[in-house]
Design a protein around this ligand. Structure first.
Ligand code: NAP
Length: 278
């Protein structure tokens, strides 16, 4: 079953699931990404700081897939938010992947203490005008950061990629994004394979619907209206993870999973209001 698509606020289409690539580097990374492209993922996440834009470009080339059917993404690191540096970094990202354009380019973290994310955003807007990026996006932005982007540039992102899993469902942030026409993408959607995957409640639901726990979690994301980005180096899991569009969780299942939320549910305490990454 193909991965369904949705339409972003700039009119472009985007798949309802993206393949995560953090820690997929070098030849092994290329093989894992090629496998993902060959089992039907159309979108690859990446970042300048993952040091795997080269592997992404190589996997795309070796997969034999038509570039126009794919959605390739990368992210601007915190140390290059200054306007000119951001534009140069985007060019470097293009050269590394050996592509003419990125479908998506994000600001990786707002780094509010540094306070240059509006400058970085202006650079992304300019790169879009130059045809180097199709859609511009952010990760880990809070309403206060998004409001500044809108006030100072008049442009909101197409996607806000945030930490999101059953222990940290981010109801308010998801609603804010939705109310402003921004698609929520979920990073570490499987909780980076922590004890979520052996959670008794999720195991019970998985048994009843005849699916794996990972599939139940990814289906939960889909029914919340967010786009999960599962990463797996394992071909069998890659197929399992994308096979979530032929079953439905009940309202009772969704309500039960909501009870797993924890106020301190972040994996590594990376609160974008204070956390900075360069
Ligand atoms: N914007 C940001 O700040 C940000 C931050 C973090 C991540 N991300 C993006 O989000 C992507 C996903 O997040 P993540 O990599 O942190 O974590 P994740 O996708 O939640 O979990 C990945 C882990 O789960 C395992 N796994 C995958 N499918 C499984 C299954 N069906 N059953 C059991 N285990 C399974 C993988 O193992 P194997 O690989 O061994 O199969 C891997 O160890 C990243 O790769 C990256 O692209 C973005």
């Amino acid at each position: 079953m193909p991965i369904p698509t949705l339409t972003l606020n700039d009119g472009t289409t985007f798949p309802a699931m993206t393949f995560g690539t953090y820690k997929l580097n070098g030849a092994a990374g290329v093989e894992a990404m090629k496998s993902a492209l060959n089992v039907g993922y159309d979108a690859l996440d990446s970042a300048f700081n993952y040091e795997n834009e080269g592997a992404v470009g190589r996997a795309v080339k070796e997969s034999g897939r038509d570039r126009k059917t794919l959605r390739i993404a990368s992210k601007l690191p915190g140390r290059h938010h200054a306007y000119d540096e951001a534009l140069t970094t985007i060019e470097e990202s293009l050269y590394r992947a050996q592509v003419d354009y990125y479908d998506l380019y994000y600001i990786h973290w707002p780094n509010p203490k540094q306070g240059k994310y509006v400058e970085a955003w202006k650079a992304l807007i300019e790169a879009k005008k130059r045809g180097q990026i199709r859609s511009i996006a952010v990760c880990n932005f809070l309403p206060e950061h998004l409001e500044r982007l809108e006030a100072e540039t008049g442009v909101l992102p197409s996607i806000n990629q945030i930490e999101l899993h059953p222990y940290f469902p981010q109801d308010e942030m998801r609603k804010w994004n939705h109310d402003h026409g921004i698609v929520t993408q979920a990073w570490s959607p499987l909780g980076r394979a922590n004890d979520l995957l052996t959670n008794p409640l999720l195991e019970k639901i998985a048994k009843r619907v005849g699916k794996g726990v990972g599939q139940v979690i990814l289906r939960w994301h889909h029914q919340l209206g967010s786009v999960p980005i599962p990463k797996s180096a394992t071909p069998k899991r890659q197929i399992e993870n994308r096979s979530i569009f032929d079953f439905t969780l009940t309202d009772e299942d969704m309500a039960a999973i909501a009870t797993l939320a924890r106020p301190d549910g972040r994996l590594k305490n990376q609160d974008p209001a204070v956390y900075e990454e360069f």
